[in-house]
Structures are given as C-alpha cells and as structure tokens.
Design a protein around this ligand. Structure first.
Ligand code: EPZ
Length: 419
C-alpha cells in the first residue's frame, strides 16, 4: 500500500489542469454496452475507478483500446450479461451496467454493490424503476436478476434524487418500446453529459420541466465520439486548496456554471476568486470566515465537496455547522482531522467545527475518496509533517493528485508502506 507524506506550511502557486470527470466517464463507459458500434471517449482520466470499470467491461466481452486519454470501446456482442460480486464490491458505480444490459440483452445479473464507508448505498430505487418498465427483478444470493422480456416505456417518479439511479433508468429506457417519463431525476452535470452521449447515439431524450425527462424508445443505437466534461469536484478541491494554502492558484478549465453553489459559499467565506476564460483563479485567504453549509442534490452544495470544505472550516475564524443531508456516514474524516488538532463535534447529520489557529501534522488514515483529499488539504496547512495512509482511496477519483500539488509547490511525496 502507499501513503502520502506532506510537509505543512508551504504556499501553493501556479496552475493546475482539471482532469475529465470521474462521475461522467463511468456512466459514459457503461453506455458503450448499448450498441455494437465503436465508442470513442476522450479526456478520460487515469483513475482506479476507470480501470475497475474497464475490468468489468472486459469481463462482459467489450473490446478495449486505451491510449493516453483516448479510450475506444466496442461491445460487438455481450459475452455474458453478468457483473460479478468481486468486481462490483470494489466499485459501487459498477451498478451502472444494469440499465444498459437490460436494454441491450433484455437480461442482466448484477451483484448488489453492498454498502461502503459513507453509507448503505441501497439501489432500491433503481429496482423500483426497472419494475415500472416491465422488468422482472428478483434478488438472489446478493445478485439482482433482471429479466426484461417485457421491457416497455412507462412513467416513474423517483422518491429520492439518485444520480446513478437516474442514469440507469435513462439507459434502460432508450430502447424500450414506447415513451418513458421520469420525474424527480438528478440534475448533476454528469447526468447531462451522459444524456448528450446517448443523444449522439441516436436516443430520443427530451428535458421536460425542472427535473423530468421524456424518452422515446428507438430500435437501436450507434457508436459515438465524446469528450468527457471537466471534473467539477476535483476543481472544487483545488479551489479550496488554493484558498487554504495558496498564494494563488489558477484552476484551468474549471467550469463556473457547474459550481455556483461552491463558488458562492467560498465567496461568503471571504475567498477571493477571478473568473477567467481559461478557468478560475483563487487567492490564498488568511482570514477565512466560518460559514455554515448544508449538502443537497445538484444544484445545491455537493456532498462530494463536504469533507474538503470541512478541512477549510477547521482553520476558519469562528464556528460553522456542516450538515450532511445525502449520506448517513459521511463524517469518517472527522476523527482523522481531530488527530490534527481540529475542534469538531458530530451530532447526527451535523458537525460543529470551531476554527483553530493552527492544525498540527500527524499520521492519519484515509477512509473514502473525498475524506482522503480533505486530509491532504489539512496537512498542507498543518505545522510539521503528516502522513496520509491508504491513499488507494484517493487514487480512485483523483488523477495524479500529489503530482499536481507538487507542481504547485507543495512538499508532498508518495511512499510505500507495508500493508
Ligand atoms: C453518485 O453516487 C456519485 N457517484 C457519488 O460520488 C455522489 O456522492 C452521489 O451520486 C451523490 O451526489 C457516481 O456518480 C459514480 P445517489 P450514487 O444514488 O448515485 C440514496 C464520489 O465521491 N439512495 O445519488 O450512488 C442513497 O443512499 C462518489 O465521487 C437510495 O436510498 O448516489 C443516498 O443517501 C461518492 N436508494 C442518496 O440516495 C437508491 O436506490 C443519494 O444517492 C439510490 C440512492
């Protein structure tokens, strides 16, 4: 296993290029199962989760040709529409093959993903939606068995907003007979990046009022070429790094329209930013104000930036209350931040953060993807050295995170550590 050693107190300066969005590229990769045509995906980030999705697509019989940032996929035929537990358990997003396999093969056997560090992560709404489309879904020995001989367009409203649930149902319905209306769909930009791809493939998808879509089923879909959108969560992570530890950092190709809630919150905290054609420039802020924050589905403040925001509140002036409304266990980073001298108390879905003058470097342990980035941010401003262990979590969703920080002047090294 590997760890990151970080020497705190170094000011960041320069520019960083945001990679392709993890949560866009994963559903787009799964969409290749909907056609036997060639699918060309550009701006693909080199992430553990991308590699895991490729292992799954390979097991399903997809031809793969990955050169640098360009990925060519072709599902001429599906070897066997089964997503095995040993792959799905390592990455919950594997469940995104369920919708495409139902649409293409009219059958799918996909392992239930199981919970993870941040919550139970059920897929009951995915299943309810598929049943509404006429799919017979049984749960057997930890697997979802979907028999879609009678797949047919229908209407379905999600009880809760679910990003991959929305993506799965849209992909399941693009080749269903007739029309499907989905209500209370997720609005995340990554969902619309997938919809753009599906429309390039020939799918008939229309955005209705604020959070509904209408899909007219078609006979077949063709291949596509698409450039993945930049990762707004990575961009937010670097903006917070710049606010906490910067002189100044230009976050190149950050799209401000995808991050209005985060940018608003940073401005409320007194962080100075410039919106430039090439991206967003952020200036280091010595007097970060403590400001309350709540996570919500898009366009609200993203849960995937909650841990990073908390790291910034640890050194803010004053006390802030952070409310995590999306996942029931997304405060795993709190205990580790406390080891660095943070003053945080958790009461249910709320964390009360009292800003301290200085954090102290310490050995800490990553528990999930975004928690690991928040520990790195805290270590950048702590007094002395820190060591963040189990950074395989970080490598799941950030491309060359330590290398990008080193280029900004951070004193950060990747080291081997025994298991
Ligand atoms: C997606 O996960 C993202 N992953 C997550 O990013 C992100 O945190 C999450 O959306 C919320 O924005 C990908 O897109 C690959 P949900 P997803 O279904 O789709 C409940 C990261 O760090 N729910 O929107 O799994 C669920 O328990 C990752 O990049 C049900 O109850 O999340 C949660 O409380 C972490 N039943 C809430 O809805 C269901 O059937 C939102 O979950 C589905 C979800």
């Amino acid at each position: 296993m590997e760890a990151l050693v970080i020497e705190g107190g170094v000011r960041l300066k320069g520019e960083v290029l945001v990679s392709g969005a993890k949560n866009a590229v994963l559903p787009i990769m799964a969409a290749c199962l909907l056609t036997d045509g060639e699918c060309v995906i550009r701006n693909v980030p080199d992430l553990r989760d991308v590699r895991t999705m490729l292992k799954l697509l390979d097991a399903l019989g997809v031809d793969i040709d990955w050169r640098g940032r360009e990925l060519r996929l072709r599902a001429k035929r599906i070897k066997e529409p089964v997503a095995p537990y040993d792959l799905v358990k390592t990455m919950r997003a594997s469940v995104l093959v369920l919708g495409p396999l139902v649409a293409r093969e009219r059958f799918a056997k996909v392992s239930l993903p199981g919970g993870c560090a941040i919550g139970e992560r059920p897929i009951d709404l995915h299943i309810k939606g598929l049943r509404q489309l006429g799919v017979e879904v049984d749960l057997e020995k930890g697997y979802v068995i979907a028999d879609a001989k009678r797949l047919e367009g229908s209407i379905f409203a999600f009880d809760k907003v679910t990003v991959t649930g929305t993506e799965n149902l849209i992909m399941a319905s693009v080749m269903a007979k007739g029309e499907t209306i989905l209500e209370n769909v997720a609005q995340e930009p990554e969902v619309w990046d997938l919809v753009e791809v599906l429309k390039k493939m020939g799918a008939k998808i229309e955005k209705l009022d604020v959070n509904a879509v209408r899909i007219e089923g078609v006979e077949r879909l063709s291949g596509f070429e698409h450039e993945v959108m930049p990762d707004r969560i990575e961009a937010a992570t670097f903006l917070i790094a710049g606010a906490m530890a910067g002189e100044e950092v230009l976050v190149r190709n950050a799209i401000k329209e995808h991050m209005v809630a985060v940018l608003t919150k940073l401005s409320e905290c007194g962080v100075r930013m410039e919106f430039l054609p090439e991206g967003i420039k952020v200036y280091g802020c010595d007097r970060i104000k403590a400001v309350d924050m709540e996570t919500f589905p898009y366009p609200g403040f993203p849960t995937d930036v909650q841990a990073q925001y908390m790291a910034m509140m640890c050194i803010a002036k004053g006390t802030s209350v952070i409310t995590e409304n999306i996942f029931e266990r997304r405060f795993m980073h709190v205990a580790e931040l406390r080891r660095m001298g943070a003053d945080i108390t958790v009461e249910g879905k709320r964390a009360v953060v009292r800003g301290v003058k200085k954090l102290k470097g310490a050995p800490v342990m990553a528990s999930d993807l975004r928690a690991s980035s928040s520990l790195v941010l805290a270590a950048l401003v702590a007094e002395g050295n820190s060591k963040v262990s189990r950074i395989y979590h970080l490598d799941r969703g950030y491309e060359k995170f330590d290398e990008k920080l080193r280029k900004l002047g951070a004193r950060i090294w990747r080291v081997k550590e025994d298991a």
